[in-house]
Design a protein. Structure first.
Length: 253
């Protein structure tokens, strides 16, 4: 195909046979890595919802099915987040944190703290529960440490509110959750010890404090409560000994 150039127009391209577009080839997979993938790979029958954003087991149409041994909950959560953000071509770096979400968690937690200080423990529990629900909505690609810190703080506060409401079982359950999420934080072990102490399980309470001190040896709150537990334990033993001596004293003739 011939063409002309206008006067003064620069001629910056060459003529000749048309060049073929360079083809891109994917590099071959690493054999060792492929072997590891193939070793654990097992095909899983699944179905998709009408919006194609939710995977369920083919047999029972459940996201999490024990019979089929599948759990698509986290996968579906990620799929829905990506579907709701079509401009997000790929997850952002982990150091990008949703500030708006953190503000919501903090604001709701602070509302709970205000209610707690006012002695309205039931209402405080409701706000802490809401703050925890917001905290776990953080996208899975964000820094996991942020989620751990926010969730453990909120649930620890809720444990304290349950304790003040004399619901020691719920207080203990929340304390266990705090420890599971953030094991090296002293507050979870303190909350657990407080609940166990209130339930009369002194040795377990002391063990909980000792575990907390293994992470923070100089924590005054833990050390002080351990001393209180030991003092209470000694008093209990003294009362028990006195009762035994009273029952074993022979009656005077």
């Amino acid at each position: 195909m011939s063409h002309t150039h206008a006067p003064g127009e620069e001629h910056s391209h060459s003529h000749g046979p048309p060049q073929q577009q360079q083809q891109m080839f994917a590099p071959p997979p690493d054999p060792k890595m492929q072997a590891l993938i193939d070793q654990d790979f097992a095909p899983t029958p699944l179905s998709l919802s009408e919006d194609t954003h939710t995977a369920v087991c083919a047999a029972h149409s459940l996201e999490k099915c024990e019979s089929c041994d599948v759990d698509f909950v986290n996968l579906n959560r990620l799929a829905k987040i990506l579907a709701a953000n079509p401009n997000l071509l790929c997850p952002p770096p982990a150091n990008v944190v949703s500030g708006k979400l953190s503000q919501m968690v903090t604001a709701t937690k602070d509302e709970g703290n205000t209610l707690f200080k006012a002695g309205q423990h039931s209402q405080a529990i409701t706000r802490y529960t809401m703050a925890a629900s917001v905290a776990v909505q953080r996208p899975p690609w964000e820094n996991n440490q942020v989620l751990r810190e926010e969730l453990s703080t909120v649930v620890s506060n809720r444990s304290a509110a349950y304790y003040e409401s004399r619901d020691f079982i719920s207080a203990l359950a929340d304390a266990e959750t705090v420890i599971a999420v953030r094991r090296n934080w002293s507050k979870g072990h303190f909350r657990k010890a407080k609940a166990l102490f209130a339930m009369g399980r002194l040795q377990e309470a002391a063990d909980a404090i000792q575990l907390g001190l293994s992470f923070e040896p100089n924590n005054n709150e833990l050390s002080g409560f351990l001393a209180e537990i030991e003092k209470s334990g000694k008093k209990g033993k003294e009362v028990k000994v006195e009762k035994q001596e009273a029952t074993s004293t022979p009656v005077a003739a």
